[in-house]
Write a protein that binds this ligand. Structure first.
Ligand SMILES: *Cc1c(COP(=O)(O)O)cnc(C)c1O
Length: 453
């Protein structure tokens, strides 16, 4: 009876380094002691470098010249821009503090792409000073850039297009605006270098990205005919992440019931936690798509038109790059299921604040042998009923106890720190960078202020 109450399990796929950290008898407990009872995030930049290489390999294999810009908003840690600086990748920033943080961690201005709507004059000026590539989103922004630019040092821009698959987006130029923007680029070409076009699509589908990229390459060719550089196309981010196995995900969706969740809570939808293709393989699939033109596929169209491919993956660069640990403060058994109270807040699990739920299964560490299986939800240590890390009734293989560590897997992409605050005057969870290069698990504090931010 009790066991049927629990939701179907959704165990996370996890890389080797994570399994090594879990298996180490001391590391996680030592870190928890050093942190002093609060929650913490564990990061592993080497995995980020592996993910980055996956995207680069996809371009090289397809014979396409291009560059990867990490979508910085997905995680605030300094180790990611540092890893980008070490691997000749760029960073996608959307605010002046993000720009400064990237620079302070070794990323050169020319390796920045600046996105975001209605950018402040300060951001435009800083980006221009550092020779970043600015994805212009509106005509007045273009005018403000013309005013900032001088002919000795033209400003590098992309024009962001309103995507055909999302015609109601508030981002990008529609066709009429684009015609005006192109006229201005031609008029001011001494001060503005129009390097091409960009777009960023919601959703994780391959086909609309391939189609939109093909369309925008045609726009590049037309712009070149008018004397503009138009060398590059940014297809944005939105590369999928494969969090859980296909069978588990399909059975979860097939058998889904509201009463799997505390209070029968209803959700507006879930992230597609199983995806195939994901990450670099999704880029390969986009490039292998056939597009209606004389080219064999999209990769051939990029190559034969000598167009550079720019991508801005955020979440997918962070796949398998970190997890979050919440010490268990208490466990309360009710008639049908229990409540774990975690040290920490659901603000460290951002999905909980988008009318949705982070679904890859959390689990208890250490795994102290077998016990009585228990179904439990997970609440945060605040006074809010709504502060739930998991509304879902999760099956644990033993009764949780105070002092256990509760681990949420694969949280580096958007979960960790986009919504964190010092609610209840609690400190923000520290970030701990682990290394697994030697037999011993090494770890260090990732200073929140590293690089002056
Ligand atoms: C958020 C964003 C990205 C990154 O998106 P992911 O889904 O994390 O890959 C890239 N480009 C732009 C313009 C964005 O707004």
């Amino acid at each position: 009876m009790e066991v049927t109450q629990a939701a179907h399990p959704l165990p996370a796929r996890e890389p080797e380094w994570v399994r090594r950290v879990y298996a180490d008898p001391a590391a996680l407990g030592d870190i928890a002691d050093a942190v002093g009872g609060g929650p913490f995030h564990v990061l592993h930049p080497d995995q980020f470098t592996v993910n980055l290489a996956g995207f680069v390999d996809a371009m090289v294999t397809a014979g396409v010249d291009g560059k990867v810009y990490f979508g910085k908003k997905a995680n605030k840690a300094a180790c990611w821009p540092r890893a980008c600086a070490g691997a000749n990748a760029g960073v996608d920033v959307a605010s002046a503090p993000e720009l400064v943080h990237a620079l302070a961690n070794g990323v050169r201005g020319e390796d920045l792409v600046v996105t975001g709507p209605a950018k402040t004059d300060d951001l435009l000026w800083l980006a221009a000073r550092h020779r970043g590539l600015i994805a212009v989103d509106a005509l007045d922004e273009l005018d403000r850039l013309v005013a900032i630019a001088d002919a000795a040092d033209p400003v590098r821009i992309l024009l962001r297009v309103l995507p055909a698959s999302n015609p109601h987006s508030r981002f990008g130029f529609d066709d009429a605006e684009l015609a005006l923007a192109l006229d201005r680029c031609v008029e001011h070409r001494a001060r503005i270098t129009m390097e091409g076009f960009s777009f960023h699509l919601t959703g994780y589908a391959v086909a609309p990205r391939a189609w939109q990229a093909s369309d925008v390459i045609d726009r590049c060719l037309a712009a070149r005919a008018r004397g503009l550089a138009a060398t590059s196309v940014s297809i944005g981010g939105g590369f999928a992440v494969d969090y859980v196995g296909e069978t588990a995900w399909q059975e979860f969706l097939r058998d889904y019931r509201d009463d799997w969740f505390h209070t029968g809570k209803k959700f507006s939808g879930f992230y597609p936690y199983h995806a195939d293709p994901a990450g670099g393989e999704m880029l390969s699939a986009i490039l292998a798509s056939s597009v209606a033109s004389q080219h064999a596929d999209l990769a051939a169209k990029f190559a034969q038109t000598e167009t550079r491919l720019l991508i801005e993956p955020g979440r997918a660069m962070l796949d398998g790059c970190g997890f979050t640990v919440f010490p268990v403060l208490g466990y309360k058994q009710r008639e049908e299921y229990g409540f774990i109270t975690a040290s920490g807040l659901s603000l460290s699990l951002s999905e909980q604040w988008f009318a949705s739920e982070y679904l890859p299964d959390p689990f208890l560490w250490p795994q102290r042998g077998t016990g009585v299986p228990t179904n439990a939800c997970v609440g945060g240590s605040s006074c809010l009923e709504s502060d739930m890390l998991s509304w879902r009734k999760i099956r644990f293989d033993r009764v949780p106890r105070r002092g256990d560590l509760l681990i949420y897997p694969n949280t580096a992409g958007y979960q960790m720190d986009s919504n964190e605050s010092e609610f209840h005057q609690l400190e923000l969870p520290p970030k701990i960078v682990v290394t697994t290069a030697s037999d011993r698990i090494g770890w260090r504090w990732e200073s929140a202020r590293r690089g002056g931010m």
